[in-house]
Design a protein around this ligand. Structure first.
Ligand SMILES: Nc1ncnc2c1ncn2[C@@H]1O[C@H](COP(=O)(O)OP(=O)(O)OP(=O)(O)O)[C@@H](O)[C@H]1O
Ligand SMILES: [Mg+2]
Length: 232
């Protein structure tokens, strides 16, 4: 089964997902600041590049050079892939018309043009923020996500959490639209000696998956998910 899956590139997590993501599906990684959303998405990018796949990385937060430099800091030889199979794009989240046009019209074309099999949007919540009302956001995001489903690529969208609820995405919407939802969060033990990071696979359409909460650590060039360990 695992050969048919698209690996995130983090072995403990891929195990929890039954081998990886379902090809062509949409995955959302939800977590508060610093939980590792960008790092997880870069692991997914790197796994694809190494397999000879074409990857598009859309950042609404950080400039292209910064994303590339993060990858280089991990010891990855990114120059070899840049603008050949890796396309890093910064979108300005303050200009609604521009961001909306690029993400809704240009992205689907670019996916076809470069034959991308993986796409990352980090974080989608900054794009969702642009809509004026919940009703418009819901309708537009639904259309956008449905449009992406026609493409043959596996998509990872990260999301910040809701202001008052670390179990929900910023607008409580992407978890319904995505096929797979992975939640990253801080766990503070009662003795308050240190803070741990833990993840859970909350949802995976059309697949069985682990429902356990597992600890993880971010290291310079990898993410270690301890799928054999327990948080509590
Ligand atoms: N090279 C590294 N070596 C060790 N730890 C790292 C490294 N890079 C990142 N980290 C750890 O991972 C944490 C989160 O990184 P990351 O930027 O992926 O989080 P994020 O969820 O995208 O945050 P934000 O919401 O602010 O964008 C950092 O705070 C740091 O603790
Ligand atoms: Mg980030």
């Amino acid at each position: 089964m695992s050969a048919e899956r698209v690996k995130v590139g983090i072995s403990g997590l891929d195990d929890m997902l039954g081998g990886g993501l379902i090809p062509g599906s949409i995955c959302s990684i939800i977590g508060t600041y610093g939980t590792g959303k960008t790092t997880y998405s870069l692991m997914f990018v790197w796994d694809g590049l190494q397999k000879g796949e074409s990857v598009i990385y859309i950042s609404l937060e950080e400039r292209e050079e910064r994303i590339v430099s993060y990858m280089k800091q991990k010891g990855w030889d990114v120059d070899k892939y840049l603008n050949k199979s890796l396309y890093v794009i910064k979108l300005d989240p303050t200009d609604f018309n521009l961001a909306n046009n690029r993400i809704k019209n240009e992205l689907p074309n670019l996916i076809s043009e470069v034959n991308a099999s993986r796409v990352v949007i980090d974080p989608i919540s900054l794009f969702e923020d642009l809509f004026e009302t919940d009703a418009i956001r819901r309708q537009e995001m639904y259309r956008f996500v449905e449009g992406l489903r026609d493409k043959q690529c596996t998509i990872m969208m990260t999301s910040e959490t809701h202001r008052d609820n670390v179990f929900s995405s910023r607008h409580g919407l992407i978890e319904y639209l995505a096929d797979t939802v992975i939640l990253l969060r801080y766990v503070r033990p009662s003795d308050l000696t240190d803070v741990h990071l833990a993840l859970e696979v909350v949802k995976m359409r059309m697949s069985s998956h682990s429902r356990e909460i597992k600890p993880y650590e971010i290291e310079q060039d990898q993410v270690m998910v301890y799928s054999e360990a327990n948080v509590f």
